[in-house]
Ligand binder design. Structure first.
Ligand code: PCA
Length: 215
């Protein structure tokens, strides 16, 4: 049996930020497991380009699991997203200058999809490791929701058993140092949390695929 392909995505900086913690997490995280092949991609903060890139990745890479990460400045803990909705509606432009107004991501798509990763188990496992985490019921209506929805829509449309989910992370301390009372989290804790999410997904996949050896 071939290795499990896990796609891990982060984002480029946006909205006047010079860094995006999600990019640093994806670039820094080393994950070695004899049965797992980790593919890392940094996505543009663009509604249309990120959708196009995700569609291509789902078609060409055909991952068994997708874990996407994005920055959610102002949140104080790691947020595991439960729901993606079929709507792009922005108050700030994306990096291409696009400001969609109540635009559907897919005309024929369901109104919403639930993440197919075990969200509560991931939250619990991260908290058990001493890192603040919470379940979130809204990934917003910006590019992160756009990516989460696009992944889940492609999974649903192709009827493929892909385990997919989205993680929102707080600002890094170097981003909040000059802001007024904004929460932050250090990069090492964020990386540890994402590693726990991947471990939880690998465990889930191994129970779905009986031939998958856990080493
Ligand atoms: N966060 C944005 C888009 C890219 C990112 O890192 C969001 O929450 O939609």
């Amino acid at each position: 049996m071939g290795k499990l392909k896990i796609l891990l995505t982060g984002f480029l900086p946006f909205g006047g930020n010079t860094i995006n913690p999600s990019q640093l997490i994806v670039e820094s995280l080393e994950y070695s497991h004899p049965c797992v092949e980790l593919h890392k991609v940094i996505l543009p903060v663009s509604f249309l380009q990120s959708k196009k890139q995700v569609e291509e990745l789902m078609e060409v890479l055909r991952p068994d699991a997708v874990i996407s990460i994005g920055q959610s400045g102002g949140r104080g803990e790691i947020n595991i997203e439960r729901i993606a909705v079929n709507l792009n509606d922005a108050v700030k432009p994306d990096n291409d200058g696009d400001i969609p107004f109540e635009r559907k991501i897919y005309e024929d798509g369901a109104n919403a999809y639930f993440a197919t990763v075990p969200v509560k188990k991931i939250v619990q496992n991260i908290k058990d490791a001493g890192i603040p985490a919470a379940l979130s019921n809204s990934a917003g209506l910006y590019v992160c929701n756009n990516v989460m929805y696009t992944v889940l829509h492609n999974v649903a449309a192709r009827h493929i058993p892909v385990v997919a989910g989205f993680i929102h992370v707080p600002y890094l301390p170097q981003q909040t140092a000059l802001m007024d009372k904004k929460p932050s989290m250090n990069l090492q804790d964020m990386i540890a949390a994402v590693r726990i999410a991947i471990d939880t997904v690998v465990c889930e996949l191994s129970s779905l695929k009986p031939n998958f050896p856990i080493v």
